[in-house]
Ligand binder design. Structure first.
Ligand SMILES: NC(=O)C1=CN([C@@H]2O[C@H](COP(=O)(O)OP(=O)(O)OC[C@H]3O[C@@H](n4cnc5c(N)ncnc54)[C@H](OP(=O)(O)O)[C@@H]3O)[C@@H](O)[C@H]2O)C=CC1
Ligand SMILES: CC(C)(CO)C(=O)C(=O)O
Length: 329
């Protein structure tokens, strides 16, 4: 089985390294030529706790893939870029290398990308991975596995009847490969529910830690913070329920658990803000605002939080699901 993983950041390097160690045929697509050269010549370092594991990987740059990527070259395309990177030019290439039978597995937090991808790849071939693994990119050829978790994989289409026989076979193969790589993987036909439950958790922890410049474990440590957490979560729950999503009864406890279990983490949004990069706010809290508007559900705290995060980001940070469609790479 040929696997092409696009996006050599934290999650992409972690997944590729584990798959390569397990003997899978995986090609990692980097953004820059330099990173591909570095990975091909010196391999990748995977930090698991205190242990530095050297891993030999095959890499190619996005530019080379765009120029030379063969039609139908990939049985699985793993998309490990951020939401903002999922643009029409990237998706044209994904569509070409997936050909008529290749499947796409998306690791992004938040929502909005499936609609964009389905304009290029048929809906029954789009799969989602919701993961509680933690990874941090330490350099162009170095990644730290910051927390072991669970990964749920299943078809993005809400109705399981969308799972074709080929989709089922391909799902079995990728689940097997990832398990061989040491990940705990569970197949699921309830991906929409899992995506929304994770989105609710991210909608509380990510923007608040980014605005307050604190680690995840510090978030529930003060009354004012807890009030904000609850306000955000309640708005998200109202919207999710308005959409007919089954929200777990213990979602608040889950938020607190994630804060505890990832106490030392800088959330991905805090890292983006600190590095002066635009964030994934539009696809997390922004999705709650957008759906709240459509459902006539008031979400004033989420709206303000979105504005604050955008104001804290690089000037001209006007990423929205809509203007991503128009942007090139
Ligand atoms: N990190 C984590 O622990 C978790 C992350 N996620 C989700 O996974 C997704 C990826 O996150 P993460 O790995 O942390 O993000 P990173 O920013 O570390 O990685 C994204 C990578 O994609 C690369 N990239 C961008 N455009 C292209 C392109 N056209 N071709 C090839 N590569 C490209 C970027 O390169 P460059 O920087 O050089 O532009 C970057 O290396 C996010 O949506 C996140 O929400 C989910 C669960 C946990
Ligand atoms: C679970 C959490 C909050 C861990 O930091 C995360 O997903 C993120 O930072 O994006």
């Amino acid at each position: 089985m040929n696997i092409i993983c696009i996006g050599a950041g934290a999650i992409g390097m972690l997944v590729t390294a584990r798959l390569a160690l397990a003997g899978a045929n995986v090609l990692l697509v980097t953004h820059s030529e330099e990173q591909a050269l570095l990975l091909n010549s010196g391999g990748l370092n995977l930090l698991e706790g205190p242990t530095d594991n050297p891993v030999s990987v095959k890499a190619i740059s996005y530019g080379q893939l765009a120029a030379n990527g063969g039609t139908g070259q990939a049985d699985w395309v793993l998309l490990t870029v951020k939401q903002k990177h999922i643009t029409p030019p990237l998706l044209d290439i994904v569509s070409r290398i997936a050909g008529d039978e290749g499947h796409v597995l998306c690791f992004q937090n938040g929502i909005g990308h499936v609609e964009r991808i389905s304009r290029h790849v048929s809906a029954e071939r789009i799969f989602l991975a919701v993961t509680t693994e933690g990874a941090r990119k330490l350099g162009p050829n170095k990644v730290a596995h910051t927390g072991a978790g669970t990964t749920w994989i299943g078809p993005a289409a809400p109705k399981p009847k969308f799972l074709t026989e080929m989709g089922q076979n391909r799902q079995n193969l990728i689940v097997h490969s990832l398990r061989q790589g040491g990940f705990q993987v569970l197949p699921s036909n309830q991906m929409n529910e899992l995506v929304w439950n994770k989105l609710l958790i991210n909608s509380v922890i990510n923007p608040l830690t980014a605005l307050l410049r604190i680690r995840n474990g510090e978030l529930p440590a003060a009354g004012e913070r807890i009030e904000l957490m609850r306000l955000l979560l309640n708005e998200g729950i109202s919207v999710a329920k308005g959409l007919g999503i089954r929200v777990r009864d213990d979602v608040w406890e889950q938020v607190l658990d994630v804060c505890r279990n990832t106490a030392n983490n800088h959330s991905s949004m805090l890292q983006d803000v600190q590095a002066g990069r635009s964030t994934e706010i539009e696809w997390i809290n922004g999705a709650i605002v957008k759906q709240g508007y459509l459902l006539h559900i008031q979400v004033p705290v989420s709206e303000t939080i979105c504005r604050l995060i955008k104001a804290a980001g690089p000037s001209g940070d006007n990423h929205t699901a809509e203007n991503e469609l128009a942007s090139g790479d």
